[in-house]
Design a binder for this molecule. Structure first.
Ligand SMILES: [Zn+2]
Length: 194
């Protein structure tokens, strides 16, 4: 299947959304911290240094979804105060758009990135004019790859630690035809067996 019409892509995203609710508790049997308790919490856990990664393999499609505190990506979570901070956000968005640099399937599977969705919005200073206390924000990304040799797909080398330093841990939920499991990646152990 070399041609993926748009509609099929949408179906894949739908599948991912159904199979992998990003807010679902991680089943890795890991500790269960809920992050600091500030007003803004879109998701269950917002812990700087930690991020959630969903990976799904479905036929020749590999889907990757990242949900992370924005601090892990751009280094801060407040609305940009100056040109340098606006530039840092734009650069982080551009870096996130290149999923093939962030997530490297084993080369023999011949996967190419087909689509991506990236959201990194830290708002404007006015949004927070009347808020006291700490400001938090999240970044989100979704990437779809199509693999010419999906039977060879057996590993995903996750480069997020290298490209966005400051992350300590990635909590992974993986769905493949053989089942669902949790995993944890760290800067020293960033290759996910599929
Ligand atoms: Zn935060």
């Amino acid at each position: 299947m070399s041609i993926l019409p748009n509609q099929t892509q949408h179906m894949h995203w739908l599948l991912l959304a159904v199979l992998l609710p990003i807010s679902a508790p991680v089943t890795a049997g890991d500790d269960h911290d809920h992050g600091h308790d500030h007003g803004h919490r879109q998701h269950d856990a917002h812990v700087h240094g930690v991020a959630a990664l969903n990976v799904a393999v479905d036929a020749d499609t590999l889907l990757v979804e990242l949900d992370t505190p924005a601090a892990n990506i751009v280094g801060f979570e407040h609305p940009p105060r100056d040109e340098a901070e606006r530039a840092a956000i734009a650069e982080a968005r551009a870096t996130m758009a290149d999923g093939a640099a962030l997530f490297m399937p084993n080369s023999s599977a011949e996967c190419v990135q087909m689509s991506h969705k990236v959201s990194l919005d830290l708002g404007s200073p006015e949004d927070h004019a009347h808020t006291d206390g700490e400001i938090h924000a999240d970044a989100h990304g979704e990437w779809a790859f199509t693999c010419a040799k999906p039977a060879s797909l057996n590993q995903l080398d996750v480069q997020l630690f290298e490209i966005f330093p400051g992350k300590e841990k990635l909590r992974v939920q993986l769905i493949t035809p053989s089942g669902q499991r949790g995993a944890e990646l760290t800067p020293d152990s960033h290759k996910l067996d599929l």
